[in-house]
Design a binder for this molecule. Sequence first.
Ligand code: DSN
Length: 425
Amino acid sequence: MNDSTNDPLLDYRALRAEDPDVYGLIAREAERQKNGLELIASENYASPAVMQAMASVLTNKYSEGYPGKRYYGGNEVIDDVESLAVARARKLFGAEHVNVQPLSGSPANLAVYMALLQPGDKVLGFSLDQGGHLSHGHPLNFSGKLYTIIPYFVNKESELIDMDEVEAIAVREKPKMILAGFSAYSRSLDWRRFRAIADKVGAFLFADIAHIAGLVAGKQLENPVPICDVVSTTTHKTLRGPRGAIIMCKEKFASAIDRAVFPGVQGGPHDHITAAKAVAFGEALRPEFRTYAAQVIRNAAALAAALGERGYRVVSGGTENHLMLVDVFGSKQITGKEAEKALEQAGISINKNMIPFDTRKPLDPSGIRLGTAAIATRGCRETDMAAVAGFIDEALMERLDAARLAAIREKVAAFAGSFPVPGIG
Ligand code: DSN
């Protein structure tokens, strides 16, 4: 980690002098990020510019309200920061209206539910155990507690979302909102078919593109923003910004969405994060970001193919985005929990994950989820994926041998060392 003022990377000298404990922890995490391979599908590396905006004096300000309509004085600069973030997000996604204040994905989704629905209303959402998200209707989440959730599923054979079944369920149940989105599905969604189904039953169409927003912004996947009524996304996954979220919508939903975010769900926005979102949107508007997004997808396809060659079954037979689910139990009789632990010991971060129609439990499922957004940021290309698949396979095969896992960790660190991490080097 850098602590010199003359370096373009972050300057940590004040923190190191004042609070060596916290500095030490951050330095340790920087080493972990540098020496390991980050394959968690929802993670990425923000640029030094994004991190510098986050670490700015904008954290000192309160600004409940919206530009020009604040409950506190002294917001003339904050108004410009927020307006800039909104303008860039609108341009990036072609959105009629954008709210850049949501603190993260679940609060953003809560605001969308509050804007469009009454408690008890019916919502069609992708089942969490097949690739959905907690905020799409899990019984322990606000969504499952406050609304009547009707799940839809993938087809058992193809492991693809069965749009005919989605239509049949929608016609039968007449939901007020259809939620299209996922946190563990490796295929493209048919936004137009979702639109047609929503129109047929008179439902709102809400897309949660948290995982794929960067691939949409990078023009590699179809943009659902013109097709859907409301679209939410986190800003820190493939979009590579600060930890946070935004909501995009058609103009006719703008005031309902804005009121739901503030005062409905949140108080003061985090203005330093808003500035960092503006920086990330600026980065995503550049042509280089398209190259990045294309590389993420090429890497995922190459990694899925390389794992397939080593005898691992990739759910649905492959990937069209940045992520994949691997059926480690079905392929090698290794549970997701065992795989996560072994890979962690080998310096490779992934997460255990349910696969569709899993016969095992969420805390020790049959699968693992892998994603290539972070390693593509470090400069890994598709030709590097055979090596990554090799490390994964070797660690899983040697999962009971701590010494072998430690040796693999050394090899992983040597490999990772040739791909610099933004802000760390
Ligand atoms: N935790 C995120 C993920 O890993 O997909 C979703 O919120």
